[in-house]
Design a protein around this ligand. Structure first.
Ligand SMILES: Nc1nc2c(c(=O)[nH]1)N[C@H]1C(S)=C(S)[C@@H](COP(=O)(O)OP(=O)(O)OC[C@H]3O[C@@H](n4cnc5c(=O)[nH]c(N)nc54)[C@H](O)[C@@H]3O)O[C@H]1N2
Ligand SMILES: Nc1nc2c(c(=O)[nH]1)N[C@H]1C(S)=C(S)[C@@H](COP(=O)(O)OP(=O)(O)OC[C@H]3O[C@@H](n4cnc5c(=O)[nH]c(N)nc54)[C@H](O)[C@@H]3O)O[C@H]1N2
Ligand code: SF4
Ligand SMILES: [Mo]
Length: 685
């Protein structure tokens, strides 16, 4: 073969596996069996060839010399990162014999799986793993770290994760980005909003921070953290008072509008202004803009629901489009998430019936507590698709738990993450481009497939492959634990209760790569709420002891009440949660070190100037950041961005400070409801 043929580039199609709503179609350029370039697939109807900067550099991550090649066992102290190579046979044999002993002596509930969506592939993230742990009888994990509170709140109003079709949002004349940093976190919603803007749409951002999205918007409305429900109720007050509601829609498609009309009388603009910090004139202006513009579209972000009152906040905002009948207009309405349209056959995929006895469940937001306080104790932890030592709240407690000498811990990942450093055994994971899996977006309506585009890296294995091996090692005989990837894909796609998936088959995916689900407009129609309508008043909430009408409740004040600042440790532009935080290029693009954005008045009162190092602390822990002083955040709030890799010598671990209490709904995380103190770090000289 001559040099030229050897260099021939082959292009295969793929899908981005990261936990991002856009779920882009990709073109993977291959040379000599390696991926050399990752591009957007211009043919993908939603993402149209545009991808983010993070994934454009994906080839570097795939062939990063730090990537794990083979299984390893720990030789040093937990956390130190000293490991030596072992074989897969030894790894599986060690795990299986440890677990058999634990099951015999402590019971299967002493074993806890810990995972999230580091790879969104359905069969890898919630297929063979679920079957395996159900069969074993392990403790269950409540996967609540991301959108749990908001999803439950939205469900009370709308019956599930059903919103506007994103492609329709180009028709909107008003777009409200509410607690979402979409320029960084939902790129293609921005592309669509830009098209709408060219057609005359106005774009409003409501946020605690003038982030990239707020800078891009036409009108930025700064708001105090955790007060958005009050603003939404104030808008409702004006919509009813000034006769801007769509009475025909309210009559036909909602329950409780008369109760709501009475209820929001108490949320007058003066009161709402005193709570939110939004000037009275702006509340009127926004209400009138919203009340008089059709179609209007609200993109509800994850930011507002990472709070003590996050579920209710999302439930409340989700009521707004009903008041002006936006659901009847193409492009009108809201998106919190659209995942329910594409529900796969979960029971067929996960086989809950393999579990013979009920088992306790552990909320993943309280991993520290689970490891340190549960009785009977967790004796073994198996981590995959997640990096809890960095991403979970109250990280100090989490790490203390991971240090337990009597905890047998296995981590399956592509890299020796901060979490993996505490493991007894580390297993190398394939990247999504090495796997066979199906994907469904939680924003657009396409189901996509990934076929293995390259050979597994080193000795790495996919999540389902490892669980099949573990099932063998454990002597579990069930058929379901031997199903192939293809079997599981077919079973997941065959969901008779979801007609949207009717025409989506494995064969079609192989042929077409992405297929749009048959999603129709929500109205006229019936929602899967108890009443079949939009529930402005929710009897289901009442039965649960929650306020049945949308309500503002202040953030909790705990023992840190006296601490001066609300701390908002949000995601950043160039990492994906903690993924990419180890990559030098991505770190450089983030300005090399994590920042703390502060208001000028707050900083001056503490003698802090831009560029100076500060210590941020509370009762849970502390970290060191670099102050950026200005007027980009509201007074009394400090904002950091990104989940940074551990650094030598000083802590950048923002989750050392975050509370591990739970939100009002869904057992959700409250990353943004903690309080901190800030002080200048005296320089060493
Ligand atoms: N580049 C990049 N993209 C990502 C991610 C990433 O880490 N990096 N993570 C992915 C994941 S897993 C998720 S869940 C999504 C999350 O992405 P988004 O839905 O955008 O949510 P967040 O970025 O958590 O928060 C959005 C904004 O909420 C603001 N905020 C915080 N508290 C409040 C409040 O009380 N009121 C209001 N109005 N605003 C508030 C913060 O300033 C923050 O900028 O992004 C996904 N995409
Ligand atoms: N302070 C603060 N903390 C937060 C947030 C915040 O906004 N602020 N956001 C929260 C949110 S919304 C989320 S979703 C969580 C996300 O938290 P995580 O889900 O833990 O996300 P990542 O940090 O990206 O870690 C994913 C890990 O999975 C690994 N991985 C990828 N593919 C595979 C695979 O196929 N197999 C295996 N075995 N491993 C794989 C990656 O290498 C990576 O180490 O973080 C939460 N933490
Ligand atoms: S991270 Fe999001 S925007 Fe970037 S390529 Fe993946 S799906 Fe697209
Ligand atoms: Mo998330």
């Amino acid at each position: 073969m001559n040099e030229k043929e050897n260099k021939a580039t082959e292009i295969v199609r793929g899908v981005c596996s990261l936990d991002c709503p856009d779920q882009c179609g990709l073109l993977l350029h291959k040379e000599a069996g390696r991926i050399v370039k990752v591009e957007g697939d211009p043919a993908h109807p939603m993402t149209q060839g545009a991808i983010c900067n993070k994934v454009r550099h994906m080839a570097e991550r795939l062939y990063d010399p730090a990537r794990l090649r083979y299984p390893m066992k720990r030789t040093g102290k937990k956390g130190d990162g000293a490991f030596e190579r072992i074989s897969w046979e030894e790894a599986i044999e060690t795990i299986a014999s440890k677990w058999k002993t634990l099951i015999a002596t402590e019971g299967a509930e002493s074993i806890l799986p810990y995972s999230f969506y580091g790879n969104m592939g359905r069969i890898g993230a919630e297929g063979m793993d679920r079957r395996f742990f159900h069969r074993m009888g392990a403790s269950r994990l409540e996967q609540t770290i991301c959108e749990a509170a908001g999803t439950e709140g939205y469900r009370y109003t709308m019956g599930g994760s059903y919103g506007t079709s994103p492609e329709d949002t180009v028709h909107a004349k008003l777009i409200v980005m509410w607690g979402i940093n979409a320029v960084s976190t939902n790129l293609h919603q921005i592309v669509l909003a830009e098209k709408a803007r060219k057609n005359g749409a106005r774009i409003v951002a409501i946020d605690v921070h003038r982030n990239r999205t707020a800078k891009w918007a036409d009108w930025f409305i700064p708001i105090r953290p955790g007060t958005d429900a009050a603003l939404a109720l104030g808008l409702m007050h004006i919509l009813f008072e000034e006769g801007m509601t769509d009475e025909t829609f309210l009559q036909a498609y909602t329950v409780g509008h008369e109760k709501l009309r009475q209820h929001v009388k108490s949320y007058d603009p003066e009161f709402v202004s005193s709570v939110t910090g939004v000037p009275v004139e702006d509340i009127y202006e926004l209400a009138r803009l919203y009340g008089r513009t059709t179609p209007s579209f609200i993109r509800i972000g994850n930011g507002i629901q990472h709070h003590d009152n996050g579920g209710m906040c999302v439930r409340t905002i989700a009521c707004l489009p009903a008041l002006t009948g936006q659901w009847m207009h193409r492009g009108g309405g809201a998106i919190k998430g659209n995942g329910s349209y594409l529900d796969f056959n979960k029971a067929a995929l996960q086989r809950p019936q393999l579990r013979k006895q009920p088992a306790r469940s552990v909320n993943m937001n309280q991993l520290g507590n689970a490891l340190l306080e549960l009785d009977p104790p967790i004796c073994s932890l198996y981590v995959y698709n997640s990096n809890p030592a960095v991403v979970a709240p109250h990280a100090g407690k989490v790490r203390q738990g991971l240090m337990r000498e009597d905890l047998f811990m296995v981590v399956h990942d592509l890299f020796l993450t901060e979490t993996a450093r505490y493991a007894d055994l580390v297993l190398p994971a394939t990247s999504s481009f090495e796997n066979h899996d199906i994907y469904r977006s939680y924003w657009h309506h396409y189901v996509q497939i990934q076929q293995p585009a390259i050979e597994p890296y080193g000795e790495s294995k996919s999540n389902p492959d490892v669980f099949r091996l573990l099932a063998q090692g454990m002597g579990f005989e069930e058929e379901a634990l031997r199903d192939s990837d293809e079997d599981m894909i077919r079973q997941a796609l065959n969901n008779p209760v979801n007609p949207n998936l009717e025409s989506i088959t494995y064969e079609r995916l192989l042929e077409e790569q992405y297929v749009r689900a048959n999603v129709r407009p929500l109205f006229p129609g019936k929602l899967p709420t108890p009443s079949g309508k939009i529930e402005l008043y929710s009897r289901a909430m009442e039965l649960k002891g929650l306020p049945p009408l949308p309500t503002y409740t202040p953030l909790q004040t705990d023992e840190e009440e006296a601490l001066r600042f609300q701390f908002i440790p949000a995601p950043n532009h160039n990492f994906l949660n903690s993924t990419f935080s180890h990559n030098a290029k991505h770190v450089r693009l983030e300005g090399d070190e994590p920042k703390l954005y502060m208001h000028t008045e707050d900083a001056e009162s503490l003698g802090i100037r831009s560029g100076e190092r500060v210590r941020v602390w509370n009762s849970r822990g502390s970290c060191e950041l670099t102050a950026i002083v200005g007027d980009d955040v509201v007074r009394g709030t400090v904002v950091s961005q990104g989940l940074w890799a551990d650094a030598e010598g000083n802590s950048r671990l923002v989750n050392a400070l975050t509370p591990d209490r739970l939100a009002d709904m869904g057992g959700g995380a409250v990353f943004f409801s903690g309080r901190v103190q800030v002080e200048k770090l005296e320089s060493a000289s």
